[in-house]
Design a protein around this ligand. Sequence first.
Ligand code: AMP
Length: 211
Amino acid sequence: MKKHLVFIGAPGSGKGTQSAKFKEEMGYNHISTGDLLRAEIAKQSELGKRVKSVMDSGQLVSDDLVVELLKANINLRDSFYIFDGYPRNIAQAETLDEQILNDYKYIAVYFKLDTEKLVERLTNRRVSPDGKHIYNLKTNPPKVAGICNVTGEKLVHRDDDKEEVIRERMKVFESTSGPMLDYYKAKGILTEVDANKGVDEIYNEISLLVK
Ligand code: AMP
């Protein structure tokens, strides 16, 4: 049965790539709190100005701020969603249940990958300016060097995809994800995938759960 999906995983574990595939193949809506925050920074909104330095340092933005942004950008009656990058800690997991998903059914998917592999992926990651098209210089390069296949725009290396910041983001993920994973395990809705596997193999595994 089709359900909402909550993708959990360290930066670079493949959540964004799978989200794009689920959007294309199954019509899911993809909501990434990181993308929403980066869009606020690009707009130079008040909110964007407030969060920029926190994001550049690899730390988490305040829970209240993120949940407001999330609420303003979803309509659950509309379609099925993939939550990518939200929740990041147990408080956010509880907020998602109590204030956003309520009685809607969903599955949490944990993308598991070791740190060195993640660092390698992120240092080679390049994205379109809106973050929606994701490339890897080694394993999935664009057709023309430095240019997005889809939009024709110049690809960017996110400021927080530089090695020092990546290591900080990994630390943040490791310290906050454990209790959140236990929370979903206890609810019996957690699935773990080996994020080392290929894009199609992972897609097939997850899609079986929501068909
Ligand atoms: P991401 O694109 O998911 O890697 O997120 C990039 C950055 O945005 C993170 O390092 C945080 O600073 C911020 N961010 C994204 N999602 C959240 C969230 N759910 N809670 C707090 N901060 C977030």
